[in-house]
Design a protein around this ligand. Structure first.
Ligand SMILES: Cc1cc2nc3c(=O)[nH]c(=O)nc-3n(C[C@H](O)[C@H](O)[C@H](O)COP(=O)(O)OP(=O)(O)OC[C@H]3O[C@@H](n4cnc5c(N)ncnc54)[C@H](O)[C@@H]3O)c2cc1C
Length: 402
């Protein structure tokens, strides 16, 4: 193994190249990213950074000198246009061709937009995925202005919290019957609906967007039920699409993302993939995990397997979200839950998801103890009696013993 090429200089790409060096790889590493800045963390883009409470430098995953210091060629503003798996080469925009012994695709994802036919491309309609988006959005968040947020997932809710904190008049529209429907139980949706309501955010659920209107700039959102919401700004947070085009064109298997096996290897033996763009099997289902934890863990497994270590990737999902003063932490994945047990201890609140007798996930609202205990129990495959868990008199840490 002499040259590892990594396409996509984000969370997973950065973790992968760092792990290669940590594992003692002394060959050539090239990390290629189309953005203009070194790899950075995205979560603050819809939280502290958007609020103006975090400096750009603190977003960087590694100090800019890290790459040169570790002999990693970091090519920025460089876009890979195609892969030739037979020749083991990648071609960059501009014509440069690089040969690889091993290739990793860590290309992330693209935010979905509303169709141009319904006004999705009007000026003033913004999405949130990268630094440019955050820098474009931040100056628009001015007290007294009206913002309509489309999509009640975590990105939409975080944007709503930031806008409310900035003193804007915020309406959030969710087409599904409830916010967070795709990712959380009704109890968690109820908690966040109430939290936003307490901060003056209006949430409209179960109603879709008919069209966005405006002359030269968005000025209103027309809902399917005939309501017209005046808007100075529209933020669209309706999910992401994995960046699979390169893989697809190269003939790799794509199935809800770039198909990977339990070693983070794609259908081509010389190509690995990790992060938002990659799909994997989890409890019999082919899923993607759109989270920092997965991007790092899967990338590190890929790095080790590139070096021939034979490491199996066993996902241990975790996630977090910050809205106002609430720090939500999620352990596990609630796919296929059939019961949710609520634990309330003073201000601390947690929702415990069970599939049959099996504990599979915990949503902990400003309750780091419930998160920590839940995560350790899930990873150990242990499922305490839900009645005991829900009892505020139960000492959660004691559940870890025995
Ligand atoms: C606003 C926001 C808030 C989030 N909050 C949380 C959170 O609270 N907790 C959490 O766990 N997760 C959160 N996430 C998700 C998390 O950031 C992602 O899951 C993670 O960044 C995925 O890492 P990745 O390396 O797969 O993709 P990315 O970090 O997106 O990196 C992919 C990179 O590849 C580049 N690229 C793509 N194609 C090419 C090409 N052909 N040539 C060159 N470069 C290319 C892209 O430009 C990008 O820079 C959030 C995401 C966003 C956008």
């Amino acid at each position: 193994m002499t040259h590892v090429v990594v396409v996509g200089a984000g969370q997973a790409g950065c973790a992968l190249v760092a792990k290669l060096r940590l594992e003692g790889f002394d060959g050539k590493i090239t990390l290629i990213g189309e953005e203009t800045v070194p790899p950075y963390q995205r979560p603050p883009l819809s939280k502290a950074y958007l609020l103006g409470e975090m400096e750009l430098e603190r977003l960087f995953l590694r100090p800019p000198a890290f790459y040169a210091d570790h002999g990693i060629d970091l090519l920025l503003s460089a876009r890979v246009e195609s892969i030739d798996p037979a020749a083991q080469t990648v071609a960059l925009e501009g014509g440069e061709v690089l040969s690889y012994d091993a290739l990793a695709l860590t290309t992330g994802s693209t935010p979905r937009r509303l169709p141009a036919a319904i006004g999705g491309d009007l000026p003033g309609v913004l999405v949130m995925r990268d630094l440019r988006h955050a820098d474009r959005m931040a100056p628009e968040l001015v007290s007294g202005r009206r913002v309509v947020i489309i999509g009640g997932g975590y990105i939409g809710l975080e944007a709503a919290a930031v806008c409310a904190k900035k003193g804007m008049a915020v309406t959030l529209v969710e087409a599904a019957p409830r916010i967070l429907q795709r990712v959380a139980a009704p109890a968690t949706s109820d908690f966040f609906r109430a939290l936003h309501g307490a901060h003056g955010v209006t949430i409209r659920e179960g109603v879709g967007v008919d069209r966005l209107a405006g002359e030269g700039h968005v000025s209103a959102v027309h809902l399917a039920d005939g309501t017209v919401l005046p808007a100075d700004l529209v933020v669209v947070g309706v999910g992401i699409t994995p960046n699979t085009a390169l893989a697809q064109a190269a003939g790799l298997t794509v199935d809800n993302g770039i198909w990977t096996d339990d070693h983070a290897r794609t259908s081509d033996p010389h190509i690995w993939s990790a992060g938002d763009c990659a799909s994997l099997t989890f409890h019999g289902q082919r899923i993607r995990l759109e989270s920092v934890g997965n991007a790092i863990d899967q990338a590190e497994v890929a790095a080790q397997n590139i070096l021939g270590r034979d490491v199996t990737y066993v996902p241990a999902p975790w996630f977090w979200s910050d809205q106002y003063d609430c720090h939500l932490q999620i352990a596990g994945l609630n796919l296929g839950y059939d019961a949710v047990h609520v634990r309330r201890e003073g201000e601390a609140l947690s929702h415990w998801y069970y599939s049959g007798d099996r504990l599979i996930a915990v949503d902990a609202m400003s309750d780091s103890r419930a998160y920590m205990v839940g995560k350790r129990l899930i990873e150990a495959g242990r499922s305490p009696d839900p009645v005991v868990v829900a009892d505020p008199a139960t000492n959660l840490k004691a559940l870890l013993k025995g």
